[in-house]
Design a protein around this ligand. Structure first.
Ligand SMILES: Nc1ncnc2c1ncn2[C@@H]1O[C@H](COP(=O)(O)OP(=O)(O)O)[C@@H](O)[C@H]1O
Ligand SMILES: [Mg+2]
Length: 264
């Protein structure tokens, strides 16, 4: 019998997130509704400060909306995050990788330990099984197995970011959320990592949310693209269409900025 993976849906409905006390209340995300599935690759673009990270943190249950709801297959993510079982289910389904892989690793543990643990805890693999899974992933990510015996501070930023991806993918999530994962890396290694993510998600039926201020990278990796401006979604269409026929002046300015015709 073939194992058909079930489609997982994350739905944001009328989600807003405010920061600050009453008088200086600031709306970082403003009434956003968005549907993500394990069959889609969604890119979220916008300039720095447009609310991309705040939105993505709410989509994976790392932050709670001030108003509105985020659901995972119909269950409120904030409710799931409240119980140990719910949290486990959430982490098995959705994995998050962010830009700064330095602070997300325990400096006293080897990289192998960091990648192996989620396989043991979330997939219930034995230590030898988890080690085998680590080796397989390192191989796909073109990482030398010996580098896994190093500590997070002993490898390059590009290598650490690949370990960070390995740590997320070892869980075999239904949806991978990447927030500025290549932004801090040399252009030379960005392409390799983007290609890997794109190929991995296609081959493993893994949904992708790719968040970046970099428009070309986001368009390359996503099918559907969402443009954010001051906390709101101002445009949402297939990536190719947005690039070839942007409707909003803000989107045009984002595209022009990458063509070296920066206007404002
Ligand atoms: N924890 C926080 N407290 C106060 N303001 C925040 C917090 N997180 C984000 N913001 C503000 O919300 C806005 C959107 O931030 P962010 O979601 O990080 O944008 P982006 O990821 O698009 O650069 C920014 O003005 C930022 O300063
Ligand atoms: Mg951000």
């Amino acid at each position: 019998m073939t194992d058909i993976p079930k489609i997982v849906t994350i739905q944001a409905s009328g989600v807003s997130r405010m920061f600050g006390a009453r008088h200086e209340r600031f709306t970082a995300v403003d009434d956003v509704s968005l549907t993500i599935t394990s069959r889609s690759a969604t890119g979220i673009v916008g300039e720095s400060g447009s609310g991309k990270s705040t939105l993505s943190r709410m989509l994976v249950g790392l932050d709670k909306p001030t108003t509105g709801t985020v659901t995972l297959d119909g269950n409120d993510i904030s409710d799931l995050a409240r119980t140990a079982d719910g949290m486990r289910e959430l982490r098995r389904t959705v994995q998050f990788v962010a830009q700064d892989s330095t602070s997300s690793f325990d400096p006293r543990r080897t990289l192998r330990y960091a990648v192996r643990r989620p396989a043991q805890i979330l997939r219930g693999l034995s230590r030898p099984e988890a080690d085998a899974a680590v080796d397989e992933l390192l191989d796909t990510l073109a990482l030398d197995p010996a580098s896994a015996d190093r500590y997070p501070g002993e490898v390059s930023g590009g290598q650490r970011q690949r370990f960070s991806l390995a740590r997320a993918l070892i869980v075999r999530p239904s949806v991978l959320m990447c927030d500025e994962v290549v932004s801090a890396l040399d252009v030379s290694v960005q392409g390799t990592i983007l290609n890997f993510i794109k190929q991995y998600c296609a081959e493993h039926d893994c949904g992708l949310v790719f968040v970046s201020h970099g428009l070309p990278a986001t368009a390359f990796i996503s099918d559907e693209m969402v443009v954010m401006y001051k906390g709101e979604i101002i445009e949402q269409r297939p990536a190719e269409e947005i690039i070839s026929d942007p409707r909003e002046p803000y989107t045009v300015s984002l595209i022009d900025a990458y063509r070296g015709k920066r206007t404002a």
